[in-house]
Write a protein that binds this ligand. Structure first.
Ligand SMILES: Nc1ncnc2c1ncn2[C@@H]1O[C@H](COP(=O)(O)OP(=O)(O)OP(=O)(O)O)[C@@H](O)[C@H]1O
Length: 256
């Protein structure tokens, strides 16, 4: 794997890590509150009981910044990542992604479109399709984007090579180790060349050595993209320029 292997195909506008104070805002949450199970939001729960996962969260992430989210289990880290990705619409508040309109004011279709173009998501448990090869898993977001087959294959293979899996292109997830699966998932997250990467406990399923390889990739990705990474793990949080601490759905320290 070469150094800086995961550079963008289209460079991000504005300065990157050199001086974040002057960088444009890539992600902004403003007074975001989310109650799962509340009729006002579109949570993942269908129960009547409501759980307040976020309370008045205001948070700015500059373009090119890597921000870590830490806090006890249930403090709201994943909920923030889902809201930034447009996977859920918070009960209250606004979310600005790049220079687009408030995510919460968009239709489902517009929000999905924005996510597909601008956000790459890395989950703790990889979320790969077991029946597809590594190449097809990585190429999948490009099918949704309407890209032709040969370009899809080319881009997927190139990314798999860049994450060190050039010899695993035709393997299915079941034939790969945990670390290799996470690298496939990272390649998939990058395939649309997104501006923002969100990673939810990306090393949670991996042993220390394998996790370290994934963190090297995340560091590389963070050189010219905006990254939000939620974790309990200090070595994962160490890749961040700044760590935001949550407690009971509130930001108690924004790391500045
Ligand atoms: N789909 C859901 N339905 C109802 N409540 C939920 C749902 N998802 C999360 N919650 C609740 O919202 C709160 C915040 O959860 P969230 O997953 O954002 O926390 P977290 O900090 O990411 O936790 P962890 O570190 O365990 O992943 C918790 O009280 C959780 O139980």
């Amino acid at each position: 794997m070469s150094d800086h292997a995961l550079r963008r195909t289209t460079p991000q506008a504005g300065p990157t890590t050199t001086d974040e104070r002057e960088s444009p805002t890539a992600v902004r949450l403003e007074d975001v509150t989310h109650e799962y199970g509340s009729s006002g939001g579109r949570g993942r729960s269908s129960e009547d009981r409501t759980v307040t996962a976020l309370r008045d969260v205001t948070l700015d992430v500059a373009a090119g910044e890597t921000v870590g989210l830490e806090g006890p289990s249930g403090s709201g880290k994943s909920t923030i990542l889902h809201a930034v990705s447009g996977l859920l619409v918070p009960t209250a508040g606004r979310i600005q992604l790049l220079d687009t309109a408030d995510l919460t004011s968009l239709s489902d279709r517009e929000r999905t479109r924005l996510r597909r173009h601008h956000v790459g998501i890395v989950f703790q448990r990889f979320h790969l399709l077991p029946s597809l090869s590594a190449r097809a898993n990585v190429a999948l977001p490009l099918v949704q984007a309407g890209i032709n087959r040969s370009t899809r294959r080319q881009r997927a293979e190139s990314l798999l090579e860049q994450v060190g899996l050039g010899d695993r292109i035709d393997h299915s997830p079941g034939e790969l180790s945990g670390g290799e699966r996470q690298r496939v998932a990272i390649a998939r997250a990058l395939v649309t060349d997104p501006d923002v990467i969100v990673a939810d406990e990306p090393t949670g399923e991996l042993d220390t050595a394998t996790g370290a390889d994934v963190l090297d990739l995340l560091t590389d990705i963070g050189r010219d993209r905006t990254v939000l990474v939620a974790s309990h793990d200090d070595s994962t949080l160490a890749v961040a320029n700044r760590v935001v601490t949550l407690r009971d759905g509130r930001v108690v320290d924004d790391g500045r």
